[in-house]
Design a binder for this molecule. Structure first.
Ligand SMILES: Cc1ncc(COP(=O)(O)O)c(C=O)c1O
Length: 380
């Protein structure tokens, strides 16, 4: 029998979360005056990093209603095309080499253009009758990737020449907020920069991640065609300091559940110590469960005492240090706890991924992405 550990990926929760983003934007269409009522609003489901740990092919099922997919790796774009995805695919960092251009043309992948080097590569490309759609990435304050706003005209001239040669197709604009999870002053400043140059682009405008789509949905309705790029909220985790469940008017559901079984019960005496480094000392007789999950499964080793878990449907907490293959849990108050009891570490029937992230000094993104390959996955 394999180790009793399982991650469940819910494609129906993914689909539900996608519909929540749509609802949020359509709500903004009704209530905000500062929007373009004609704006065509589309959703790019961001599935980079193996769909935030959920599996690229599972994301194809969960997000089949999305208008496009956003990712980093060319290989993932090919995988999605080979598995029947016919809608747009956007490479959020663009391409890395002149040899990639043939692949963009063949698989009809839309690419971000964030650097002059990429334009130089496009200038060397052959016209094979399949123009590549591009999103010019602008730096609005993140200072990571993108052209300066002042370069918009010059970049457009170059890309329009490439369009005339049949190398480039639609030319849109994009930017990525550094602080969409914070106060509006930061977002407004960045948004104003890109909105000022957006009318020069006849292609799409793409600026909103999860935080901006939820907090500033009116930004998803600027320009004649707007592509929002939510990631984390589609997987039911919060882009904010607060949990999504505390955020008004949204209903996002967990898409990943990690559970394992109890493989041993220990009765501790007062003074007994637990695990590597003997971090925990029992101050009274205790019942402790040893569970088949560890940091090699992706559970954060940084989990302190009191990190929440659920045993047989009852809230409990971790004691001692998380080891490679095992976690120890205080089950003194759970009489039913025994070998084979179900322990949920996060997700449906357990703490939220954000609660675990908070307790362990991580963010939900890291916890999901770190789910280890060795954990068997059930897709529902
Ligand atoms: C360019 C870009 N767009 C959108 C996203 C999605 O962001 P989030 O997961 O915060 O919604 C990311 C993720 O980091 C990104 O890099």
């Amino acid at each position: 029998m394999p180790r009793p550990i399982l991650a469940t990926i819910s494609t129906s929760a993914m689909a539900h979360n996608l519909s929540q983003v749509k609802a949020r934007i359509e709500f903004a269409r009704k209530v905000h005056s500062s929007i373009n009522q004609q704006c065509l609003s589309k959703i790019v489901a961001v599935i980079k990093a193996n769909a935030y740990g959920h599996g690229t092919l599972n994301a194809l099922i969960g997000f089949k209603a999305a208008d496009a997919l956003g990712m980093i790796d060319l290989v993932d774009g090919i995988l999605c095309r080979d598995n029947g995805w016919t809608k747009p695919i956007i490479l959020l960092e663009g391409f890395f080499d002149s040899q990639d251009i043939e692949i963009l043309q063949h698989y009809q992948l839309t690419t971000a253009i964030h650097h002059q080097a990429q334009i130089a590569y496009l200038n060397e490309a052959k016209n094979v009758g399949k123009p590549i759609d591009v999103l010019v990435k602008f730096n609005t304050g993140m200072n990571r990737l993108g052209f300066h706003i002042d370069q918009a005209k010059d970049v457009l001239v170059q890309l329009n020449e490439l369009k005339a040669k049949g190398i480039v197709g639609r030319i849109g604009a994009m930017s990525h907020f550094a602080n969409a999870d914070l106060e509006s002053i930061y977002v407004n400043d960045a948004a104003q920069k890109i909105l000022a140059i957006a009318p020069q682009f006849d292609g799409q405008l793409s600026i909103c991640n999860s935080a901006a789509s939820i907090r500033y949905p009116y930004l998803a309705l600027q320009h004649h065609e707007n592509w929002v790029r939510p990631g984390i909220c589609l997987y039911g985790s919060s882009p904010f300091d607060i949990e999504l469940s505390q955020y008004p008017s949204v209903d996002f559901r967990p898409t990943m559940t990690l559970e394992a079984k109890v493989i041993a019960i220990q009765q501790l005496k007062a003074g007994d110590k637990v695990g590597y480094g003997s971090l925990f000392t029992a101050d009274q007789p205790m019942k402790m469960a040893v569970v088949a999950c560890g940091y090699a499964d992706g559970y954060p080793r940084s989990a302190p005492q009191n990190t929440p878990v659920m045993v047989d449907g009852v809230a409990a907490s971790i004691i001692g240090r998380v080891s490679m293959d095992m976690i120890t849990v205080d089950v003194t108050h759970i009489p039913s706890a025994q070998v084979n009891s179900r322990v949920v570490f996060w997700g449906d029937g357990g703490p939220t991924i954000d609660e675990v992230a908070k307790a362990t000094g991580r963010i939900g993104y890291e916890i999901m992405c770190n789910l280890a390959k060795r954990v068997p996955i059930k897709v529902v």
